[in-house]
Design a protein around this ligand. Structure first.
Ligand SMILES: NC(=O)c1ccc[n+]([C@@H]2O[C@H](COP(=O)([O-])OP(=O)(O)OC[C@H]3O[C@@H](n4cnc5c(N)ncnc54)[C@H](OP(=O)(O)O)[C@@H]3O)[C@@H](O)[C@H]2O)c1
Length: 242
């Protein structure tokens, strides 16, 4: 029987690439979305046509709302049973130095990027009981630069949670994280944005999705790996200096 993955924030960009990659490897995929219903539904249709022997579905939830977060996994499991892989990909990425950060911005960063993964990891452990979890961190976890203060702290917390959960949930569940660097430009920014950032990193070019997808394969194939962070960042973490 095919294995099944739930991927959060999966209708676009990196999440969508992960969905398409896993689908190509024979996985059934549940595409979580919040605002992008149309994209999620058309992705499910495309994959169903391309891979008719696999199962694809979409599920909405606002991950800033803890009630919706806590309904997500119990709802899926009650309909289709336990699944095998949770990918915590959804995130918000709001620029703000510490001194300028409104409480609401702080709360949303923490709710979507840290609290929701915490609750989903808990619910995966309780309801699915075995399998794999992959968290999307960020190469910024190695830096104390504060231009995205709340975002960076939410990802640092997610990385700490990855290690803590790996210890508690082994051996039934392996949990690892991926730290992308210069990958895709945020909405509204063009290719020049990425090229400028890439000039500062050892590999001198944006990574795109490929290093992330290869990291996912490595995590899934290496069944002795847990509590680890794979940098998919062209060496960017090596030169972080405060
Ligand atoms: N892009 C990069 O270069 C880069 C670099 C370092 C790390 N990362 C990490 O890699 C992951 C993917 O990056 P990305 O750039 O592809 O992400 P993204 O486009 O910024 O966000 C992915 C999805 O998160 C979902 N999301 C946001 N707020 C939500 C909420 N309140 N409830 C539920 N879902 C919500 C959105 O779903 P809807 O569209 O359905 O609302 C969105 O499509 C993220 O965890 C990010 O932090 C990315």
């Amino acid at each position: 029987m095919n294995q099944t993955a739930l991927i959060t924030g999966a209708s676009k960009r990196i999440g969508r690439a992960v969905v398409e990659h896993l689908a190509g490897k024979g996985w059934n995929v549940i595409v979580h979305y919040n605002r992008s219903a149309e994209d999620a539904i058309s992705l499910v249709q495309q994959l169903t046509e391309k891979y008719p022997k696999q199962l694809f579905s979409s599920v909405p939830a606002n991950l800033a709302n803890s009630h919706e977060v806590q309904s997500l996994i119990p709802g899926i499991v009650s309909q289709t049973g336990p699944f095998d892989l949770l990918v915590n990909n959804a995130s918000v990425f709001d620029k703000s130095y510490l001194k300028e950060t409104p409480e609401k911005l702080f709360d949303t960063q923490m709710e979507v990027n840290f609290k929701a993964p915490f609750l989903l990891i808990r619910d995966f452990a309780v309801h699915c009981r075995k399998g794999n979890i992959i968290n999307f961190a960020d190469t910024r976890v190695t830096s104390n630069k504060s231009n995205f203060a709340a975002y960076s702290l939410s990802k640092k917390a997610l990385w700490e949670l990855t290690k803590m959960a790996a210890l508690e949930l082994a051996p039934e569940i392996r949990i690892n994280a991926i730290a992308p660097g210069v990958t895709l430009a945020p909405a509204g920014e063009g290719g020049a944005y990425l090229q400028n950032l890439a000039r500062e990193i050892p590999m001198k070019r944006p990574g795109g999705n490929d290093p992330i997808l290869k990291s996912i394969d490595y995590i899934l194939e290496n069944n002795y790996l847990t509590g680890q962070l794979l940098f998919a960042d062209g060496g960017e973490n090596l030169s972080k200096n405060g």
